[in-house]
Design a protein around this ligand. Structure first.
Ligand SMILES: Nc1ncnc2c1ncn2[C@@H]1O[C@H](COP(=O)(O)OP(=O)(O)OP(=O)(O)O)[C@@H](O)[C@H]1O
Length: 231
């Protein structure tokens, strides 16, 4: 589903953000990506989204080698990968419904499918009542639920979340985690970068830890940090 083979990324300023990453994430997995600030988590995500290109190595999405594809944000990636960010990134002048519908419009979806799918995903995240609200009328948790709806409305097999709970209070963060867990149970592969130790430790999912651009740990039912949990 997602495969990195000997992937390295050196930025133009000489920073080696990722060093020889080998990684396979299979269909249906829920994977936490952890590591200190500057470890390379966002860089790894940017490579999957093709917002950056690797300096060395190959990246495969399903069986497609995306390292070979030239243009950025290619439609293939848009169809296969949904993304959720810490800062939500909703369009302020569009309603909740319009924000989600927009994600379908840009891939050229049929209006009939838009009218069917948007209410369906809004109901999944319990936001049907807020469909006609604007982003400034929403709480942080509601913002993030809209962003998640937008990310999954085209039914991508992969959902990437870059610190999706970073701006939320603990209760709201757990609400969002329940939504992500439900989406994963319906078959979507999830890769989530996070600093939320409590969430990682409770969820008992696969944990990939990176530090200094290298994978230092990859465990099924892992924890955030061994050093702390053992002390
Ligand atoms: N566009 C860029 N140009 C040059 N260096 C960069 C660029 N983006 C990131 N870096 C550097 O690459 C390294 C990895 O950064 P990255 O953002 O991937 O870390 P991170 O693990 O996501 O950190 P955080 O948890 O703080 O978000 C850092 O040293 C960072 O300064």
């Amino acid at each position: 589903m997602i495969k990195f083979v000997n992937v390295s990324k050196e930025y133009k300023n000489g920073v080696k953000a990722l060093v020889n990453i080998n990684l396979t994430i299979s269909k249906g997995e829920f994977v936490f990506l952890v590591g200190p600030s500057g470890a390379g988590k966002s860089t790894l995500i940017k490579l999957i989204l093709k917002e950056e290109d690797p300096t060395e190595g190959r990246i495969y999405l399903n069986d497609m080698d995306i390292t070979k594809v030239k243009n950025r944000r290619i439609p293939y990636i848009r169809r296969n990968v949904g993304v959720v960010f810490q800062d939500f990134r909703l369009l302020p002048n569009k309603t909740v419904y319009e924000n989600v519908a927009f994600a379908m419009e840009i891939i050229g979806a049929h209006p009939k499918d838009i009218r069917r799918n948007v209410p369906m995903v809004l109901s999944m995240v319990d936001l049907s009542q807020k469909a006609h609200c604007y982003p400034h009328e929403l709480s942080g948790g509601e913002h993030q639920r809209v962003a998640i709806s937008r990310a999954i409305v085209n039914s991508p097999p992969i959902l990437i979340a870059d610190e999706p709970t970073g701006n939320l209070d603990p209760d709201t963060a757990w609400e969002i985690m329940k939504v992500l867990r439900d989406i994963n149970r319906r078959g979507t592969t999830i890769l989530m970068a996070t600093h939320a130790k409590d969430i990682v430790d409770v969820m008992k999912k696969r944990v990939i830890a990176i530090e200094g651009g290298r994978i230092i740990r990859d465990e099924e039912k892992g924890v955030y940090e061994h050093e702390l949990s053992n002390s």
